[in-house]
Design a protein. Structure first.
Length: 428
């Protein structure tokens, strides 16, 4: 029996079939290996992944390069490139303040009065955006000295429909692309570096088939938002890369001391709830009104007690730009336009010995040990009143810019009411 097996094994035809079978198996295994979909593991860290994702207004973003094979229908870094596959995120972003970071009226009016790079690098952060608008700026290094000296002392009026620095020559049948700077903080600002999509979660095999993706855990961190929402005053508007040690926007530092940080909540927990791209904030009337409570009591004919609270907010109110403020106005009766008393909840900076400092901070403080931040104050009236009418409003712009804005752009009324002395059912 053994001899027969040996004869069969060493027979030339048997060896031929064995070798042929092994060769076919090897080819099939190689084909499977090359055709297998990419794994969902994140790409290994690169030099780019260790560089800052944002520049805190000091310069345009670094390392932003379009994805391979962009659609010719729009700029390679336009949010429209993402629309075909990411309709929900695109539609949410389109209604957000990020989408109008450059074109909104508050910024446009401010930029007309202070056309400096420091302001633009957060509201249109991409280098391609900066190249489109740099000729408007007073402190553009590329401008010639003669052009700088010839510029009027009064701020220029920015063109209604801005053009790119080098508009493309297109056939008449093609529709010109919208200038990229008008997209403000678009998808590419947060999600594209070095021709790769940055994702807050490890990409799936299907996603990796569509375009190159790198897992970037910093996208889930509150520090990621700090690139534009936490930065210091500069020594001069013409020197964006020369910050002082005084925070102008201090939202991240406020959050670090809050109840929200202690409970593991990030900026995304409120402003990107469940991964949405609405970026809700102070320009969301419903959310802003829900976050604030106010109680106004006429204690006696000339004394008003006020309690203002923030609810479930992880920072001071207002936060961010210092020209944002809350104002409580007291009127003798409904319909009056001249307030008899008022109080402004704001943060004010001043300069002493050529150094910035915080002169006063009367905002609603950051809630630390509970979800309620509170500020109490007492106002004295110039004359006795048996009743008062009060209004509590959020103001978005500097006083000197009100002339150029509509009433709805200037403020949002949070609450209003009437207080009487003595209160109903109570003797004086």
């Amino acid at each position: 029996m053994r001899s027969r097996l040996m004869f069969w094994f060493y027979h030339p035809k048997t060896l031929y079939h064995v070798v042929l079978g092994l060769g076919v198996c090897a080819i099939l295994l190689m084909a499977q290996a090359f055709s297998a979909p990419p794994t969902s593991r994140p790409a290994p860290p690169t030099k780019t992944s260790r560089t800052p994702l944002f520049e805190q207004g000091q310069r345009p973003l670094r390392g932003v390069r379009p994805l391979p094979r962009p659609s010719p229908s729009s700029h390679p870094l336009s949010a429209s490139q993402c629309l075909p596959c990411h309709r929900t995120a695109f539609d949410q972003w389109k209604t957000s303040r990020h989408a109008v970071a450059f074109t909104n009226r508050h910024f446009q009016v401010s930029l007309q009065h202070s056309p400096y790079r420091w302001c633009v690098h957060c509201h249109s952060p991409l280098p391609e955006q900066f190249n489109e608008i740099r000729s408007w700026l007073r402190d553009d290094p590329a401008r010639s000295p003669s052009a700088k000296s010839a510029q009027s002392a009064h701020p220029p009026v920015l063109p209604k429909s801005a053009r790119t620095a080098h508009p493309p020559v297109l056939p008449k049948s093609e529709k010109p692309q919208q200038p990229l700077h008008k997209e403000g903080v678009n998808c590419a600002v947060c999600h594209i570096r070095d021709g790769v999509i940055l994702a807050s979660k490890p990409p799936t095999a299907k996603a990796l088939k569509d375009h190159p993706i790198r897992y970037e855990p910093r996208l889930q961190s509150s520090r990621f938002c700090a690139g534009c929402h936490q930065f210091n005053l500069v020594t001069a508007l013409t020197k964006p890369a020369s910050p002082t040690d005084i925070p102008l926007q201090d939202t991240l530092a406020e959050w670090k001391t809050s109840w929200a940080k202690a409970q593991g909540k990030t900026c995304h927990s409120c402003h990107m709830n469940k991964g949405s791209h609405f970026f809700l904030g102070a320009h969301n009337p419903k959310g802003l009104k829900r976050s604030l409570r106010i109680h106004v009591t006429l204690r006696d004919p000339q004394t008003v007690d006020v309690i203002v609270q923030s609810r479930r907010v992880g920072h001071a109110i207002p936060t961010g730009d210092p020209f944002r403020r809350l104002i409580l106005s007291i009127f003798a009766k409904v319909g009056d336009t001249q307030a008899i008393a008022s109080f402004t909840f704001e943060k004010i900076f001043r300069v002493k010995n050529q150094r910035w400092y915080v002169w006063k901070d009367d905002r609603i403080p950051t809630p630390t040990t509970s979800k309620i931040g509170e500020k109490r104050l007492t106002l004295k009236l110039p004359a006795p009143q048996t009743s008062i009418h009060w209004e509590f409003s959020y103001y978005y712009a500097e006083f000197q810019h009100h002339t150029f804005l509509t009433p709805s752009e200037i403020r949002l009324r949070i609450a209003s009411g009437r207080s009487a002395y003595p209160p109903k059912g109570q003797k004086p």
